[in-house]
Design a protein. Structure first.
Length: 472
C-alpha cells in the first residue's frame, strides 16, 4: 500500500458485534434497566479505539440487511452437488440470542452518532458489500482495510486491501496470510472449499480439515489440480471407492455405539476416497465461499469521510445507554449544552406532601387503631418480612392504610403478651372483621407488597396471599 494514499477502514459490523457479545460477559443494561448493552458497549469501544489509533481518512461500518440475501439463491443453485444433509444457507446456525437482537439497532445508532456511516444493502450480505467496496477503493488507489476476524475475508487480501483483526491485533497482508495460514491469499478460496465452513453450512470435503487443506494446496497449488490428481490416480477403483463412501457415510450418520467399521479399498486412505468421490462437492463449496466483489453499489467517498461525533445525537444516546466512559469523546462545551437542554426539558418535580405514619406499639395506640379500623370497608395492606421466600421468611410487621398519605404500622415481633404481638394483633383484627384468624396470619410472598381488599379483607387475603403459621 502506498503510504501517501487515503485509507478506507470498513468495519464488519455484524461479525464485530457478535464478537463483542461473547467477549463482554458483564450484565449491562441501558437506563431503562431492560435493554441489554454489553455487545454494543464492546463494539463501541472497538470503533473508538480504531478511530483513536489509526485516524482513518474514510470510515464505514457494514451490517447485514434485515431481509433475505442473494447468497441464499446461490446455495440453491449448488444444492444438488452438496447432498441432502445440506438443506440451506446457514440453516444449521443457532438463532440469534434474544439479548443480542435489540443491540443491532443500537449499534447502528451509535455508529451514526459517532459520525460513522452504517451501511446496509438490501438483498446483499455484509461480506459481499465489504468485498465490493474494498475492491472499488483499491481500484481508485485508496488503501482499504477491512476490520474483521472472519477468515472468509482473507480471500480479498491483495496489494490494495488488508485485513485487520482488532481482537488479535494482527494486520493481514499477503505475507502475513501465508505465514499464519500456510497458504497464499489467492489460495484462500480453495482452502475454504476443501475444509468447508460449518457456520455457513458449507460442507467442504468430508475428513478434510484446515491442515489437510493446507497440505493439499502446498503440494498441488490449487483445488482443481489436486482434484484432477486424485481423479486420475484412483479412476480404476472408482466403483469400489464410491461404494465405500456411500457405506461409510451411512454408518457415520448413526449413533457412535451403533456404527460398524467400514474399511476403504486396499491401498486407499479414507480422506483420499472422499477427495475422489466428492470432487463436485468441493468445487460447489468453493463457489459458496467465494465473495462477490462486483455488486451494483457505488463507492461514495464524500459520505465516507471520517467525521467528528455528532454531539446532539451522541450525548443523549450515551445517557440512555449509560456509557459514561464514552462521554470523554464529547467536548465539555457540547456536554454542558446537552445537560442544560435536558434539564430545561425535564418535567417539573413532583409536588411534595406531608405524610403521617403511626407505629402502633402500645395499648393506647392499638385501641385507637382498632376503633378506626372497625369502620373501614376498603384498605391497603403492606407486609414486612425477613425475606422474600414464603417458606423461610418470618413476618415482622403489617402496614395498613385507608386514607391518602396516612398509614399505621403494627410490629409483630414483640413478646406474646405485648399488646402488638402477633397473638394480640390476630385477635384484634380477626375480631373486628368477624374472621376467625386463629394461629394463622396471612402475608405476601414478596418481602413487601401493597394490595387492596373490600368488605371482609382477610377472606380476600386468604385467596391472594400464602399462609404462614407463626409460633405462639
Amino acid at each position: 500500500m502506498a503510504s501517501s494514499a487515503q485509507t478506507l477502514y470498513l468495519i464488519d459490523g455484524h461479525a464485530q458485534l457478535y464478537r463483542a457479545y461473547h467477549a463482554v460477559q458483564a450484565r449491562m443494561f441501558a437506563a431503562d434497566r431492560k435493554t441489554p448493552t454489553n455487545a454494543v458497549f464492546g463494539f463501541g469501544n472497538m470503533m473508538r479505539n480504531l478511530r483513536s489509533r489509526f485516524k482513518p481518512d474514510l470510515l464505514a461500518a457494514i451490517f447485514d440487511p434485515h431481509g433475505p440475501v442473494k447468497r441464499e439463491e446461490l446455495y440453491q443453485k449448488y444444492a444438488d452437488k452438496l447432498g441432502p444433509a445440506f438443506s440451506g444457507y446457514k440453516t444449521q446456525r443457532d438463532a440469534m440470542p434474544d439479548d443480542l437482537r435489540p443491540q443491532i439497532d443500537l449499534a447502528l445508532e451509535l455508529c451514526t452518532a459517532y459520525g460513522v456511516p452504517a451501511i446496509q444493502v438490501e438483498g446483499y450480505e455484509a461480506d459481499d458489500v465489504l468485498g465490493t467496496l474494498a475492491t472499488k477503493a483499491a481500484a481508485q488507489g485508496i488503501n482499504a482495510v477491512i476490520v474483521t476476524g472472519d477468515k472468509d475475508l482473507l480471500q480479498l487480501v491483495c496489494d490494495g486491501i488488508k485485513i485487520f483483526d482488532p481482537m488479535k491485533d494482527i494486520t493481514f497482508d499477503a505475507e502475513t496470510v501465508e505465514s499464519v495460514k500456510g497458504v497464499k491469499p489467492g489460495q484462500i478460496i480453495d482452502w475454504l472449499g476443501f475444509m468447508g465452513d460449518s457456520s455457513d453450512n458449507i460442507p467442504g470435503v468430508s475428513g478434510v480439515g484446515e491442515q489437510t487443506a493446507v497440505k493439499l494446496l502446498q503440494q498441488h497449488g490449487s483445488m482443481d489440480k489436486a482434484l484432477a490428481f486424485y481423479r486420475e490416480k484412483f479412476k480404476p477403483q472408482e466403483s469400489e471407492i464410491l461404494d465405500f463412501v456411500a457405506a461409510h457415510e451411512s454408518e457415520s450418520g448413526k449413533a457412535k455405539e451403533e456404527r460398524k467399521p467400514i474399511k476403504p479399498p486396499k491401498g486407499i486412505k479414507v480422506v483420499d476416497a472422499y477427495l475422489f468421490a466428492q470432487h463436485e462437492r468441493a468445487r460447489a463449496s468453493r463457489e459458496l465461499a467465494r465473495l462477490t466483489i462486483d455488486l451494483p453499489i457505488e463507492l461514495d467517498l464524500e459520505k465516507l469521510h471520517c467525521k467528528p461525533p455528532e454531539a446532539e445525537k451522541l450525548a443523549p444516546l450515551l445517557k440512555r445507554l449509560e456509557f459514561k466512559s464514552f462521554e470523554r469523546d464529547l467536548d465539555k462545551e457540547s456536554l454542558a449544552r446537552f445537560e442544560a437542554k435536558a434539564q430545561a426539558e425535564a418535567p417539573p418535580p413532583e409536588k411534595t406532601f406531608e405524610v403521617h405514619y403511626t407505629i402502633v406499639d402500645d395499648e393506647k395506640k392499638l385501641a385507637a387503631f382498632s376503633k378506626q379500623f372497625a369502620k373501614q370497608k376498603q384498605f391497603a395492606v403492606g407486609t414486612q418480612t425477613t425475606g422474600g421466600r414464603p417458606h423461610d421468611a418470618h413476618l415482622l410487621g403489617v402496614a395498613i392504610s385507608w386514607a391518602a398519605h396516612e398509614a399505621f404500622y403494627l410490629p409483630v415481633t414483640g413478646p406474646l403478651d405485648s399488646p402488638t404481638s402477633a397473638k394480640a394483633m390476630r385477635r384484634s383484627i380477626g375480631a373486628l372483621n368477624g374472621v376467625p384468624v386463629g394461629p394463622t396470619v396471612f402475608f405476601a410472598t414478596r418481602a413487601s407488597c401493597t394490595c387492596a381488599w373490600k368488605l371482609r379483607p382477610f377472606d380476600a387475603v386468604a385467596v391472594a396471599l400464602r399462609r404462614k403459621r407463626l409460633s405462639q
